[in-house]
Design a protein around this ligand. Structure first.
Ligand code: G3I
Length: 277
């Protein structure tokens, strides 16, 4: 069908046979929950560390599953050495990171989250302030160009949260960026909608509109980190709504849930996932 069903995976759980049993049976795509982030892969500048990420990649490839890479450039989970950098030094360090990591995994990644969470929440619709943003507004396109050069076969995605509701300013801000990138030939292939839903950010009734409007720009759309606060039939109906919105859009190529069991979730105090503990 060209559509894939994925989950976030933690390397530390690959020895848990219950976890791996569900993983191997239910999913055909995986994302490293933390192991491919900047702090994990470049703990010291220009010293790269791929052990935990490789455990996930090798397990997935051994089972014939595809891999979403997460994430090459992000304001959060930066290694300590990077947090204190600015200006040209930071821009070059970021581009070197993108190039090195995408080159190391060249040919093994179906889609990369090249840039994660670069837009601000609220009514402004603009960029989030961060050390990366302060290197210049073109940092996102620079990251995408570096990623394309390093791994021309990977789909290159922009990934964010609270971009599900078409009427929200943040959604419109990301839409305008993708529209601009397509108009100017900046290499972008997909947009990831994290889809961390809760009572303050419910599954919107216009979700299909959002996904279709982005797809109409000429990019794939993917649900990349799905979890939904709640329980019972209300939660089940929201999961159904997300899946139906994706299935109604030809270019919605995947749904990834952000963990397997509730006990695996970053929201472990709730029951946001498909499997119980
Ligand atoms: O591994 C260390 C452990 O050694 C240490 O004892 C412990 C004490 O704090 O921390 C452990 O690391 C934690 C790591 O998860 C692994 O469990 C970090 O503190 C914790 O910050 C980290 O949280 C992750 C979070 O991103 C960080 O921003 C979550 O697991 C992960 O699910 C979450 O994922 C993000 C996506 O990348 C982007 N979108 C939002 C999503 C949810 O926040």
């Amino acid at each position: 069908s060209g559509r894939y069903f994925g989950t976030a995976v933690a390397a530390s759980k690959l020895g848990d046979s219950t976890y791996v049993g569900i993983l191997n049976r239910e999913f055909d795509m995986v994302t490293a929950e933390n192991e491919m982030k900047m702090d994990a892969t470049e703990p010291n500048q220009n010293q790269f560390s791929y052990g935990n990420a490789d455990r996930i990649v090798n397990q997935a490839r051994g089972q014939g599953k595809r891999i979403r890479g997460h994430a090459l450039a992000w304001h959060s989970q930066q290694p300590g050495w990077m947090q204190n950098m600015s200006g040209t030094a930071l821009r070059n360090a970021m581009l070197n990171h993108v190039t090195q990591v995408a080159t190391y995994y060249r040919g093994k990644i179906y889609a990369w989250d090249v840039v994660n969470e670069a837009y601000a929440d609220g009514s402004g619709g603009g960029r989030r302030d961060s050390n990366l943003q302060r290197t210049g507004n073109d940092w996102i396109e620079a990251a995408f160009r570096a990623a394309r050069t390093a791994d021309p076969g990977a789909k290159l995605c922009y990934n964010d949260y609270n971009t599900d509701n078409w009427s929200h300013a943040k959604t419109q801000g990301v839409y305008r960026m993708v529209q601009d990138f397509k108009a100017r030939g900046v290499p972008i292939d997909c947009v990831g909608f994290q889809a961390h839903f809760n009572s303050g950010n419910p599954v919107p009734s216009n979700y299909h509109t959002t996904l279709q409007n982005f797809a109409n720009l000429g990019v794939d759309v993917q649900i990349t980190e799905l979890d939904i606060e709640g329980s019972g039939s209300s939660q089940a109906q929201q999961y159904q709504g997300v899946v139906q919105a994706c299935l109604a859009v030809t270019r919605c190529t995947g749904i990834t849930v952000w963990g397997i069991r509730d006990t695996d979730s970053w929201r472990a105090s709730g029951t946001p996932l498909l499997f119980d503990g």
